[in-house]
Design a protein around this ligand. Structure first.
Ligand code: ATP
Ligand code: MG
Length: 464
């Protein structure tokens, strides 16, 4: 679920380093080691390290200008320290390059922070890279997605932006249809002209025609002057016909005519007006079904869907969820000057397993609500509204090093004990190929006790 950036953990000679290293390796990150402190910056450069984890108190022993030097190479720093962020972080650490984690170390919080840092690094690399080398997780600084369907969508959008063919975007509510339409316009050579959206479902039927085509003075009560319609406003630009599935049949004929002849008549006029607008239509209805039920004209459907695009629902591209969360979190934190650090791992797992009927819009609204309600710290399952807590979640079980020494900086006992227990449970289940009765017997537990534990911990063991 996270990008594969390399992580360097600076050796402070403490046991906690081994713990952090083992934990992150288990989570799938690639950990880079360094020989000695004098070579740290060479290692970061040569091995293309993207994230550095260091103990705040240890930085000065490496280099007095460590933070300044680190900035020039551009890795992100996750700093583990004591006390509160404001008190302890030296300038320029209060910048976007730094993520701060207080002691005692909580592994869930560490993972959440590292995940946020690596998502943020992915976006930063995209922002700073030039043309050919850009990072593909964001398009037009607005559409975010790293899943295979979103990556194909990006490629498709870039390709069709070059043409003027009519595009039909379909997808459930909140999947980003309007964002995609705007991106096509932005990437096209029409981008210096207007992008004109019309929501066909929001404008009353009797007003929609004049809204689209304009009217001449006196053509109906209230038409006190000539007025340009949206087609005219979109001349040489792009007209976005949103919720086209809601358009009444009499208007469907008129739209068909503009598509065929590239001209229209304003209401009350018999003089045809030429227009050169690229048309992008969108709907969350199944237009083919509407064609079958005769609620949508077949000829218009074919005219509109010269290039059909379907944006998949969020539940079919779950890899995008954590990247979207990170991005929304950064945006809402900065809008509201809050410092919510991230979602705890179990909260994030729940969100990744939720069905998202309202798609990205629902996710965006949830993150905004969470940032408003919680102005700092981590969001845990206790903070989430009830409906997001349903469903079992797949929890990665951390492997801990076999050491019973208390790290110098201390440790969060509960999460360490929990991780230790989860680890043994997982080993038992792996060895017995998922047979809970045999696993319980290896752990000297009753089968029902093991099942109860799995339930309580929200652990799902995938039997391969
Ligand atoms: N891939 C994405 N990356 C970032 N933000 C997104 C993405 N997809 C959707 N959003 C955000 O989600 C919200 C809904 O997106 P948009 O309005 O484009 O969806 P829609 O498909 O047109 O929805 P509806 O059918 O309800 O009109 C917007 O605030 C948009 O910025
Ligand atoms: Mg929309």
């Amino acid at each position: 679920m996270h990008p594969s950036g390399k992580i360097l953990i600076i050796d402070s000679g403490r046991k906690s380093r081994d713990l952090v290293s083992a934990f992150l390796t288990y989570q799938g990150y690639e950990i880079v080691h360094h020989e000695n402190n004098a070579l740290i910056f060479d290692t970061i450069r040569n091995q293309r390290v993207e994230i550095v984890i260091a103990e705040l108190s240890h930085l000065h022993s490496i280099a007095s200008d460590f933070l300044e030097q680190a900035k020039t190479i551009n890795p992100l720093l996750v700093l583990i320290g004591y006390g509160s962020q404001d008190e302890k972080l030296p300038h320029p650490a209060n910048s976007e390059s730094f993520f701060f984690l207080p002691q005692p170390l909580n592994l869930d919080e560490l993972e959440s922070l590292v995940m946020r840092a690596s998502e943020s690094q992915a976006i930063r690399l995209f922002d700073t890279a030039d043309g050919a080398d850009r990072h593909p997780h964001i398009l037009c600084s607005s559409i975010i997605g790293k899943s295979a369907p979103m990556q194909s969508l990006f490629a498709m959008i870039e390709k069709i932006a070059e043409s003027t063919a009519t595009v039909l975007i379909q997808g459930e509510s909140g999947t980003g249809k309007e964002l995609a339409a705007r991106a096509i316009h932005q990437l096209s050579d029409r981008n210096a002209r207007n992008f004109v959206p019309v929501n066909c479902a929001a404008i009353p039927d009797d007003l929609l025609e004049s809204e689209l085509f304009g009217h001449v003075k006196g053509s109906f009560t209230g038409a006190y002057a000539n007025r340009a319609g949206r087609f005219e406003l979109a001349d040489k630009g792009t007209l976005f016909l949103d919720e086209i599935g809601d358009m009444k049949p009499n208007l469907q004929v008129k739209i068909l005519r503009v598509l065929q002849s590239k001209e229209f008549e304003p209401v009350g006029s018999s003089k045809a007006q030429k227009v050169d607008a690229r048309i992008i239509a969108a709907t969350n209805k199944d237009l083919e079904e509407l064609v079958v039920s005769k609620d949508f004209r077949e000829d218009l459907y074919y005219r509109l869907s010269v290039i059909p695009i379907t944006i998949p629902p969020l539940r079919e591209r779950r890899e995008d969820i954590s990247l979207l969360i990170h991005n929304f979190l950064t945006r809402f934190n900065s809008d509201r000057k809050h410092t919510v650090k991230g979602f705890s791992r179990d909260a994030l797992d729940m969100l990744c397993n939720y069905n998202w009927p309202g798609n990205v819009r629902e996710l965006e609204n949830l993150v905004e609500r969470m940032v408003i309600l919680k102005d700092a710290g981590f969001i845990t399952p206790d903070d989430l509204p009830e409906k997001y807590l349903t469903g079992k979640v797949q929890v990665a079980v951390p492997a801990l090093p076999a050491s019973d020494e208390l790290p110098e900086g201390g440790i969060c006992l509960n999460s360490a004990v929990d991780a230790f227990e989860n680890n043994l449970i997982q080993q038992a289940l792996t060895r017995t190929k998922g047979n809970k009765k045999e696993a319980a017997s290896l752990l000297n537990l009753k089968r029902t006790t093991l099942i109860e534990k799995l339930k309580k911990k929200n652990l799902v063991f995938s039997e391969e």
